[in-house]
Design a protein around this ligand. Structure first.
Ligand code: FRU
Length: 478
């Protein structure tokens, strides 16, 4: 797995990571926490890991911020939550878990506070702040999201009601200390969210104000499986959320549990968790698993929710490669682009027929991953069926809708970071997938074109590491 370890993406130096949580701008710096198991590459008794940055691009790892107690409500984990700032104090609301994993595990909301300029030291309050509402058969109660709403504070907690659907419970507080239960803000399947499927339980909720509309972000869980995040558009009236549509937040198979920072410029900056798409044994053996995705912006332009790379990510660019176009059977190979840690930016003129990029491609194409846009079908896909010869690595063709105007070029920004591929298209959609090429020469970049035009404008850069003093970078393979 060492050769698959990402470098331009954030990951703790040791162990497991899942959800990014609690992004916050505090005393001039950005802090980002995450679910962590420092013991190894497997999920177990989550802690809050901690990164800090001046620019959202290069990060430093700080000591664990929250750890489960030896007894008490969080003895089996400090699960996901959020951080809010009130005056001189930061407060981390998190789910405290105790008891064996499963629907009977006790999950309650706890709070820890900090006035530390570096947010390294936190003080836990002993008493939980919110408990699940009584009289319901719940599948969980977790991932508090707290925000300021006029003259009060509100808190949403993710849940699911057995046999009914996902649920979000709302609480209100005048002072962030005393919380009262308001009621369910939304219940899946009962408050029809056509045409989206939203599973049996909702994790990691966030209520956002995007443009002039309300958007509810939640991660869909079903049975004991994590699926994907969705963005529901609608209206929140202070008590309930009325949805009138929604979209998947990422078209790929490996993006989950995102969280959002409202930065000082009022931008919505978002990170997700990209899990491994290879067997558990490989993860345990490696001693690490899971990665945080690159920061992306959530936007709403012309009434449409969009996703695009954070503009500051150009700061991750290293040297720009000099490319030579060599014709192939279905386009051209970008000679000089070989690498496993790259950004590829490509613009395709609006012509009929599928176009796109092949990355991590071996010279004989035994291994390759293909990103294709089919303008007629208005579909963007990533095909990883031949990404790897490792039978343990997951395959499949993944994707979804991308509608472009007839005269609109296709603009792809693709980040290849060893086992991570993050694709962004036209400021509209993102697609995240993990791949595990086995060959050291699976490093080629090819342009797939509809005709032999070579009019595509392609630029390739090396990517720098995300962790300061990090695990090194540069040209690999080739
Ligand atoms: C989402 C999630 C959250 C939970 C955390 C535990 O991936 O299941 O609901 O708080 O992970 O690590």
């Amino acid at each position: 797995m060492t050769v698959h370890r990402p470098r331009a993406h954030l990951q703790p130096r040791r162990g497991w990571t899942n959800d990014p949580v609690g992004p916050v701008y505090w005393r001039g710096r950005y802090h980002l926490f995450h679910q962590a198991n420092p013991e190894g590459g497997y999920w177990h008794r989550p802690h809050w890991g901690h990164f800090v940055s001046d620019d959202l691009v290069t990060w430093e790892e700080l000591p664990l911020a929250l750890s489960p107690g030896t007894d008490g409500p969080d003895m089996d984990g400090c699960y996901s939550g959020c951080v809010v700032v009130d005056g001189e104090m930061a407060r981390a609301y998190y789910t405290a878990a105790s008891g064996p994993l499963g629907p009977d595990q006790q999950q309650v909301t706890c709070v820890a506070t900090s006035t530390d300029p570096d947010l390294v030291t936190w003080h836990k309050r002993a008493e939980p702040v919110t408990l699940p509402p009584g009289g319901l058969d719940l599948l969980g109660f977790r991932d508090p999201f707290v925000w300021h709403d006029g003259n009060r504070w509100l808190q949403l907690v993710g849940s699911g009601i057995a046999g009914v659907g996902g649920a979000l419970f709302l609480y209100a507080s005048p002072d962030l200390d005393r919380w009262d239960y308001v009621g369910p803000a939304l219940v899946g399947d009962r408050d029809a969210i056509d045409p989206l499927w939203t599973g049996s339980m909702w994790e990691c909720p966030a209520l956002l104000r995007l443009g002039d509309g309300d958007v509810l972000l939640l991660s869909v869980h079903d049975g004991d499986k994590t699926h994907h995040p969705v963005l529901l558009e609608g209206r929140f009236d202070g008590t309930r959320f009325a949805p009138h549509g929604g979209v998947r937040m990422d078209l790929g198979p490996d993006f989950y549990a995102p969280c959002v920072l409202i930065d000082p410029d009022d931008r919505h900056v978002c990170w997700g968790w990209s899990w491994e798409a290879v067997g558990d044994v490989a993860q345990r053996d490696a001693g690490w698993a899971g990665v945080l995705t690159l920061p992306r912006l959530l936007t709403r332009r012309s009434e449409r929710i969009g996703t695009e790379p954070l503009p500051e990510l150009v700061g991750l660019r290293g040297p720009r490669r000099r490319l030579t176009a060599v014709p192939t059977d279905d386009g051209w190979r970008a000679d000089g682009a070989d690498g496993d840690t790259l950004e590829v930016a490509a613009t395709f003129p609006p012509e009929p027929g599928p176009v796109g990029l092949r990355v991590r491609s071996s010279p004989d194409r035994v291994e390759h991953t293909t990103i294709l846009y089919d303008r007629d079908a208005a579909r963007l896909t990533l095909d990883r069926d031949r990404a790897s010869r490792n039978p343990d690595a997951l395959g499949g063709v993944h994707g979804g809708d991308l509608r472009l105007a007839p005269d609109e070029p296709l603009e792809l920004r693709v980040y290849v970071d060893r086992s991570v591929v993050e694709v962004f298209a036209n400021g509209q959609v993102a697609l995240t997938a993990r791949i595990y090429p086995t060959r050291s020469d699976s490093t080629g970049v090819e342009v797939v074109t509809a005709g032999p035009t070579m009019t595509e404008d392609v630029a390739v850069w090396d990517l720098r590491p995300a962790l300061a003093g990090g695990r090194g970078h540069g040209r690999a393979g080739g």
